[in-house]
Design a protein around this ligand. Structure first.
Ligand code: SF4
Length: 209
């Protein structure tokens, strides 16, 4: 039952939005990793405003590993938590150089050893940099799946596990993008637009149906 419900939701959202590209501008796995790190509690468009200069000055882990965190902080100072993020960026680059030959690793276990990288960020990198299965659970994904009644969990890890068990790994990355788009576009946190929602017939929160 649950697998069928997930499949239907995916199909409907796919018909509306299709295959989605990662909105964070990047030209390598390292640059995506860095952009994801910067996007914590910050909108993607704000991140995209600072990363061209960041990546012009420190495009690779080897270069970022040698950067002064204070200088990095100056470049990303318009973002929230910029001081901690700049420290993490440089520390992360140093670990990549020391432990991973200057490359971004391709497993959840390795990615989550990096400073500033949790499961959500690791899943973004797996799915968007490497085309590997990864289902990032952010606040939109959490809210939409709970409203639909497909999960009744607040823990991102538990939600990720439920989705992993109920869906094909090939769709995980795009499914997360679709739910984020739907959450931003229609299923807003405060006032969801249920009257124009293509998922309304399936939604537990939409009491009219
Ligand atoms: S019907 Fe309303 S609450 Fe349900 S998914 Fe659509 S917008 Fe969100």
């Amino acid at each position: 039952m649950k697998k069928t419900a997930f499949k239907k939701v995916y199909q409907i959202l796919w018909e509306k939005y299709g295959e989605c590209a990662c909105p964070l501008i990047h030209h390598s796995p390292f640059q995506l990793l860095a952009a994801v790190m910067l996007s914590a509690q910050c909108r993607d468009d704000r991140v995209n405003m600072v990363t061209p200069e960041l990546f012009r000055r420190w495009p690779t882990p080897a270069e970022m590993a040698l950067a002064d965190p204070e200088e990095v902080a100056q470049v990303i100072r318009t973002l929230g938590l910029f001081a901690a993020k700049s420290r993490n960026l440089v520390a992360c680059a140093r670990v990549l150089v020391q432990d991973f030959g200057g490359e971004v690793p391709q497993t959840m276990a390795d990615l989550t050893t990096l400073p500033g990288i949790g499961r959500k960020s690791a899943n973004v990198v797996l799915g968007n940099a490497f085309g590997l299965p990864g289902f990032p659970v952010d606040t939109h994904v959490n809210r939409v799946l709970n409203r639909l009644g497909l999960v009744q969990e607040s823990s991102p890890e538990k939600i990720e596990r439920i989705v992993n068990e109920a869906t094909d790994p090939a769709i995980w990355s795009n499914f997360s993008h679709l739910l984020i788009l739907h959450g931003r576009d229609i299923c807003h946190a405060r006032k969801p637009e249920c009257e124009v929602c293509p998922l309304a017939m399936l939604c537990r929160m939409n009491k009219k149906y």
